[in-house]
Write a protein that binds this ligand. Structure first.
Ligand SMILES: Cc1ncc(COP(=O)(O)O)c(C=O)c1O
Length: 430
């Protein structure tokens, strides 16, 4: 399988050798590296990536799950082309930022007021700061396996074993106010916060990088109740689930409304973005006309609300708003999860297929996968092998192993995924 990949990707190998000289590990984000070297994309359209050797891949990674309409969707591209002529970066107030904020408020149950950032990381950072400013408390709770970007206070407890620092350079000071709690375990969370003054609980409605593991509805409801009891702010990190599980994201899908919500990815329509939003009384802490230093909570950024991301995001949300495309993708997601499980089971391969809506992943284990600990107990070598096998045969999954659907995926794309899965299952069957 490795030989097959290497024989098809000679130009990528040469580019990788060049990249290593100037980009540490040859990449711009560690998760983009995979053995023996990543292929280099020359262009992308719809559901496909084409590499520099001309190989075509059905793309189930979709730019870190951001591209819900596929690569370069015409409606978004047309809007962006027009905007490029009008202006790419004003650095002043402009109407598009109001339009996108209004659109988010229309679609997302918790979104009364919104601020834009350039990434999900930044949006989480500002949301945590805002929660601390509003509550006057320092502690925050996040979950084992939860990934919220590289902001120091949230960059803990991501990979198992959870007590190993996620990165050098994180100070004890940055982490001392972060409590890491078990996912899908309400009693465990209650135990962790029993004697603590907590500003916010930050949770993904579905652990994305942590294994594509949905929160149980009762867990999210329980977190809501716990937050209400203790006047803690509940923050949903919907960078992956936002505008994907439902037009109003995971909160609409599960019927649990947070105080603050963080977005990224899909919201930018293929361009860089992040946003945090929520209850008006909480968001008002950002209002420098009402609060003075040291009482206001700062947020800003040179490219915040840049008109290209606003335009692309607006065109994207308008297409998702009525929920029809999302429902269709969710049905396909359900079908894929069932079929992948069936395929492996037909060959006696122990597998758990996780995910929700249009997101899916596989874990080679007999154990039910309800948290990231189970993901790390599963056969992760086999998962990497399965996906490398898919890549070598023209189906792309990133090393995070999460698959995402877009409106651009055709029935033939799905069949390709399933038939390549079947070939791999036959290879590794008992
Ligand atoms: C749930 C979640 N939150 C936050 C982030 C960070 O977003 P960004 O990479 O845009 O900084 C990610 C990125 O993958 C994510 O999956």
């Amino acid at each position: 399988m490795l030989e097959n990949y290497i024989s098809k990707t000679s130009k990528s190998k040469a580019l990788y050798e060049r990249a290593k000289n100037f980009l540490p590990a040859g990449v711009s984000y560690a998760i983009r590296y995979f053995e023996p070297y990543p292929f280099y994309t020359a262009k992308a359209k719809g559901s496909k990536l084409i590499d520099v050797n001309g190989n075509e891949y059905v793309d189930f990674w979709l730019g870190h799950t951001a591209l819900i309409l596929g690569h370069s969707p015409p409606a978004v591209m047309d809007a962006v082309k027009k905007q490029i002529e009008i202006g790419t970066h004003f650095g002043t107030s402009h109407e598009l930022e109001i339009e996108l904020a209004e659109q988010i408020a229309k679609m997302v149950p918790s979104a009364e007021m919104i601020r834009f950032t350039n990434s999900g990381t930044e949006a989480n950072m500002y949301a945590v700061r805002l929660a601390r400013a509003c509550t006057g408390r320092n502690k925050i709770v996040k979950f084992e396996g939860g990934w919220h970007g590289g902001y120091d206070s949230l960059h803990v407890g991501v990979k198992y074993p959870f007590d190993v620092p996620e990165s050098a350079g994180l100070t004890a000071g940055a982490l001392q106010d972060t409590i890491v709690a078990p996912f899908n375990d309400l009693e465990g969370v209650r135990e962790k916060v029993r004697n603590e003054a907590v500003a916010a609980i930050v949770v993904e409605p579905m652990l994305g990088a942590g294994g594509c593991i949905p929160a149980e509805k009762e867990f999210l409801k329980g977190l809501r109740e716990l937050c209400d009891e203790k006047s803690i702010l509940l923050i949903f990190d919907e960078v992956v689930t936002g505008f994907r599980l439902a037009p109003g994201g995971g909160q609409q899908y599960y019927g649990v409304i947070p105080d603050l919500t963080v977005f990224g990815k899909i919201l930018g329509g293929g361009f860089p973005i992040g946003a945090f939003c929520g209850r008006q009384d909480v968001m008002e802490r950002l209002n420098t006309l009402v609060y003075e230093r040291p009482h206001y909570s700062f947020h800003g950024g040179t490219f915040s609300a840049n008109p290209i991301s606003m335009t692309a995001g607006l065109a994207t949300l308008k297409l998702l708003e009525d929920g029809q495309l999302i429902s269709r993708m969710n049905r396909t997601g359900e079908k894929i999860r069932g079929q992948i499980k069936e395929i492996f089971e037909a060959d006696d391969v122990d597998v758990q297929v996780t995910g929700v809506g249009s997101l899916f992943s596989a874990h080679f284990t007999v154990e039910e996968v309800k948290d990231t600990r189970a993901v790390f107990r599963a056969d992760r070598k086999k998962l990497a092998e399965y996906h490398l096998n898919l890549i070598a045969n023209g189906v792309f999954f990133s090393p995070t192993h999460m698959g995402a659907l877009s409106t651009a995926h055709s029935e033939a794309d799905i069949q390709k995924l399933l038939s390549e899965t079947e070939k791999y299952a036959n290879l590794c069957g008992k």
